[in-house]
Ligand binder design. Structure first.
Ligand code: GLN
Length: 288
């Protein structure tokens, strides 16, 4: 327990090393929790080392710190996570957007240069991918689906917050029940972790349905690869995020379904992280 009557910002920051915090970034976590508790930016914390917390503030800080010590991700404690140029609302109904997923946005912007594209983000969660694309390309027609109504509600809230008002959000399982509509680009960061993966205990706060898939994590990736053949325009593109060891399986599945121009992409950590492919039904028929 902190000694409330004499606890200063400096005391808390200096003592974070001895808190039983299982985090790669204890100091950053401490700054974020203190900022939230005192409603002040980090610059204020650094300039007010001697500020003495009130009893209420101390109690709030301790309850936030306890949640962090129990392993709850900082994004759920704060209720938000940075992605691209935004701060997005996240709840336990949504996966926490990861920085490596920004690779998908960079790839879309670098690859699809037409003034008008019809794009869909499958399993949108917080809406991160769809909203980033719509903000970067306001003239594109952006759609997004998620099987979870709660996730769609969060995504719609984020879209409104970040003025990406044109996105059409639908509660759907991947591409099912979208009619005959065709898309120039289908993008997704689906669940791809194996159901007994050793990393899962560390991800226990996030919805399992957004993280894991059967068939060694490949089931949803394969479903999307198959379904997308019926929903892409000729020459349209499919861009999928996948696990660090799934790139060959993903590109093989795409080849088997008739995709061409397959590009293997790595994230900023140089980990194989996404595959981009083109749906060229005519070329496929000729080569067969
Ligand atoms: N990239 C996330 C992780 O490894 C998982 C996201 C996903 O399953 N799509 O923690």
């Amino acid at each position: 327990m902190l000694q409330s009557s004499s606890t200063t910002v400096g005391d808390i920051i200096r003592s974070i090393g001895s808190a039983n915090l299982c985090s790669d970034t204890p100091l950053l976590d401490c700054h974020l929790l203190l900022s939230r508790c005192l409603n002040k930016p980090k610059s204020w914390l650094l300039a007010h080392d001697e500020y003495c917390l009130t009893d209420d503030e101390t109690q709030i800080y301790e309850s936030l710190l306890e949640r962090r010590i129990a392993g709850e991700p900082i994004a759920y404690i704060l209720g938000s996570q940075g992605f691209w140029d935004m701060e997005l609302t996240v709840t336990p109904d949504t996966l926490i957007p990861r920085p490596e997923t920004e690779l998908l946005i960079e790839t879309v912007l670098a690859t699809c240069r037409s003034a008008h594209q019809r794009v869909i983000d499958l399993g949108t969660g917080t809406g991160a991918i769809a909203i980033a694309i719509q903000r970067e390309r306001p003239n594109w027609e952006v759609w997004a689906t998620d099987v979870s109504a709660a996730a769609i509600a969060i995504a719609e809230k984020n879209a409104a917050e970040w003025s990406a008002t044109g996105i059409k959000f639908l509660q759907r399982n991947w591409l099912t029940n979208l009619g005959k509509r065709k898309f120039d680009l289908i993008v997704s960061n689906p669940p791809y972790i194996e159901q007994n993966d050793r990393h899962l205990p560390a991800l226990q706060y996030e919805p399992a349905s957004a993280l894991t898939a059967s068939d060694a994590g490949m089931a949803d990736l394969k479903t999307i690869i198959r379904q997308a053949t019926g929903s892409l325009t000729a020459g349209g593109r499919l861009l999928l995020e996948h696990g660090y060891d799934q790139q060959t399986q993903v590109s093989d599945s795409m080849k088997n379904e008739g995709y061409t121009d397959i590009a293997l992409l790595a994230d900023y950590n140089h980990v194989p992280r996404a595959v981009l492919a083109r749906w060229s039904p005519d070329r496929y028929q000729q080569e067969k």
